[in-house]
Ligand binder design. Structure first.
Ligand SMILES: NC(=O)c1ccc[n+]([C@@H]2O[C@H](COP(=O)([O-])OP(=O)(O)OC[C@H]3O[C@@H](n4cnc5c(N)ncnc54)[C@H](OP(=O)(O)O)[C@@H]3O)[C@@H](O)[C@H]2O)c1
Length: 296
């Protein structure tokens, strides 16, 4: 049951992220997956006056969200207007918070050239729409034309399938693939530009040669974690909800399935078959999902 400052959320939908699927390979003791959920407040902690039981919410628990119920601190949720569907809401937290906080780190982007690698996932779709609405001139890297289709509609000016197909220089690079891609992207950074490094989707480590002068003479390399933020999860979730509610942010839901399909859905997520976000729906009448294998 919820303690002080917490509510119990009865979950309707949750959204697994690819990074969480990898964590299943060697889970920490006591850890349970699940950070992105949408549902209804079922019970409140002793001191909680908001939100009330029955309120529709989107939430970002630290863990445990691939379930029918989860306890969440009030500081990690936002209230959902009736016109935001639970499927759409579940896709918001991790990917949306990451995109929003990346933009804060990048600073004003109006008129700047921006390169985004690994752009076909959940983070990439939010990032492209939010950066384009600021006036950034966006080049995105995706695996196939189909995986880039929606990004064009959301505001990407140029879509390529390999970083080496870009010319640059770019004022800002947002890099999440690692391996050879980071040094290739670094070589396309404009002088005194900013490269924000947020992930290693390829799972290949990065080697950078300081004495490779093929790129800019100087630049900033910033390692990014969405958890390092001056703003709280609840406030930023409320911003994302407001953007969706007012038609300025359009979550890209690549796949929606019943939660009994969790294992197959995770396999597709890992295999790069899902564009945008994967969302699973809890059907109270359906059997619980089979145990997730150690290596999805
Ligand atoms: N630092 C943070 O706080 C933070 C927070 C959230 C996420 N992340 C990271 O940010 C990245 C984006 O997250 P996400 O959830 O949107 O993405 P995701 O589903 O992991 O997608 C990443 C994209 O990278 C592309 N990619 C390119 N080369 C790849 C390769 N060799 N292996 C696998 N994928 C490759 C894939 O696109 P194509 O198939 O189209 O090539 C894939 O859609 C991930 O690396 C994630 O771990 C970091």
């Amino acid at each position: 049951m919820p303690g002080p400052g917490e509510v119990l959320v009865s979950i309707e939908t949750y959204s697994p992220n690819r990074g969480e699927a990898f964590l299943l390979e060697s889970p920490r003791p006591g850890w349970r997956p699940g950070k992105d959920v949408a549902g209804t407040v079922a019970a409140t902690g002793p001191d909680v006056t908001w939100p009330e039981v029955g309120t529709r919410v989107v939430a970002h628990p630290e863990s445990g969200g691939w379930a029918e119920r989860v306890v969440v601190p009030v500081s990690r949720l936002a209230v959902l207007p009736d016109d935001i569907d639970m499927v759409v809401a579940a896709a918001l937290p991790l990917a949306g918070l990451t995109a929003l906080r990346l933009l804060k780190v990048c600073g004003p982007l109006a008129g700047k050239t921006v390169l985004i690698t690994g752009a076909s996932g959940g983070v990439g779709h939010y990032l492209v729409e939010l950066a384009a609405s600021q006036g950034a001139i966006l080049t995105v890297v995706v695996g196939t034309p189909e995986r880039g289709r929606r990004l064009r509609e959301l505001g990407a000016a140029d879509i390529v399938h390999d970083v080496t197909a870009t010319v640059g220089p770019f004022d800002v690079v947002i890099e999440s693939v690692g391996g050879d891609v980071l040094p290739q992207a670094w070589a396309r950074l404009a002088g005194r530009g900013l490269l924000v490094w947020l992930g290693q989707a390829s799972r290949e480590p990065v080697t950078l040669d300081f004495f490779d002068w093929s790129g800019a003479e100087s630049g900033t390399l910033r390692k990014f974690s969405y958890a390092d933020s001056d703003s709280g999860e609840g406030d930023d979730l409320a911003t994302l909800v407001r953007l969706v509610h007012t038609g300025r942010l359009h979550p890209e839901i690549g796949d929606v399935r019943p939660w009994s399909d969790t294992c197959a859905a995770l396999a597709d997520l890992v295999a790069r078959k899902v564009r945008g976000n994967l969302v699973l729906k809890i059907d109270p009448g359906a059997p619980e999902p089979a145990a997730v294998p150690d290596e999805p």
